[in-house]
Design a protein around this ligand. Structure first.
Ligand code: NAD
Length: 297
């Protein structure tokens, strides 16, 4: 069992680190928020005092942070992972970030003799708790083979999709599909509700057909039940679509549908809804149609 450092104990990192402890690994953990460190320490981890401290006490360091600048700060910055990591150790960034930033961080790790993988995840908090995340990985085959038993403690599908950066390109593809699906679901449920139908009945009627999806099954009940507790915050989906649009621009790929959903998200954030679950993308269409999708009776 490896000694693992885990940095970033938020909605995702907390249950993922707890699953590593359950699988028998020794963990040393760090977050900017002290109570989060205390909570995972109570589940059996050692407490770290900085990213550097965590790296100096581990063979493998995992980061699970909001965005690319956070990863750059925690890995490359002062008191960061690379100041503490030993040659031959392994850094795995599981945050969803711009693939170009993943490549920059990967190159800096390699220059210090530290192996690197980008390994973002899909499945949200429920699958992070169950240890059944989908994990999409970029890096060298031999580094992937080294990391696989660790990643399998957090996910049920772990797929190498290409070199460093490929994990995040795959995640962007995932996030485009999820955002556009939620926006389409919102339009459909708003239309049905304003036509006088019960959205719960409509959801049950269509979920087994071609329009059925994991997104519909997870998010329609949240909207109908008026539960927008995250989950995955609208502000994080804004970050992912921004990264998708930036990557698309660098490759001259037009993404008109993604851009449209991004504009809806900008309006929601301006309206103070950035911390709601991304099922709340539906609220944009509700506001324009002046109707609320909720179960009738
Ligand atoms: P979060 O905001 O809940 O957690 C991030 C944690 O990182 C916080 O506890 C914060 O204090 C900590 N942090 C930030 N900078 C730090 C630093 N320099 N050093 C130490 N700790 C630091 O976010 P989350 O929902 O757990 O998401 C994490 C990543 O996973 C994001 O990239 C997100 O897009 C991705 N993701 C989230 C979900 C989801 O459903 N929440 C699903 C899939 C992927």
């Amino acid at each position: 069992m490896a000694k693992i450092g885990f940095i970033g104990l938020g909605i995702m990192g907390k249950p993922m680190s707890k699953n590593l402890i359950k699988a028998g690994h020794a963990l040393v953990v760090y977050d900017l928020v002290a109570e989060r460190v205390e909570e995972v320490a109570a589940a059996g981890a050692e407490k770290g005092s900085s990213a550097r401290d965590v790296a100096s006490r581990s063979e493998v360091v995992i980061t699970m942070l909001p965005d690319g600048p956070d990863v750059e700060r925690a890995v490359l910055g002062p008191d960061g992972v690379l100041e503490g990591a030993q040659r031959g150790s392994l850094a795995i960034d599981m945050s969803s970030i711009n693939p170009l930033v993943a490549q920059k961080v990967g190159a800096a790790c390699e220059a210090r003799g530290v192996d690197f993988l980008d390994a973002p995840v899909s499945g949200g908090e429920p699958k992070a708790i169950d240890g059944t995340l989908a994990i999409m990985v970029g890096g060298k085959q031999e580094v992937f083979d080294r990391a696989l038993p660790i990643l399998q403690a957090m996910g049920s599908t772990v797929t190498l999709t290409g070199p460093v950066g490929a994990g995040n390109v795959t995640k962007l593809a995932n996030q485009i599909i999820v955002a556009v699906n939620i926006a389409a679901m919102g339009e459909a449920l708003v239309l049905a509700t304003k036509a006088g139908l019960d959205p719960e009945v409509v959801f049950q009627a269509i979920r087994g057909g071609l329009a059925g999806s994991a997104v519909l099954n997870a998010k329609a009940p949240m909207v109908i039940g008026r539960n927008f507790q995250p989950g995955f915050r609208i502000a994080l989906h804004h970050k992912d679509l921004r990264n998708a649009l930036q990557a698309a621009e660098s490759l001259s790929v037009p993404l008109p549908v993604t851009s449209l959903v991004q504009q809806m998200i900008v309006a929601l954030i301006n309206d103070g809804k950035g911390d709601l679950d991304h099922s709340g993308i539906t609220l944009f269409t509700e506001q324009t149609a002046k109707v609320e999708v909720r179960k009738q009776g």
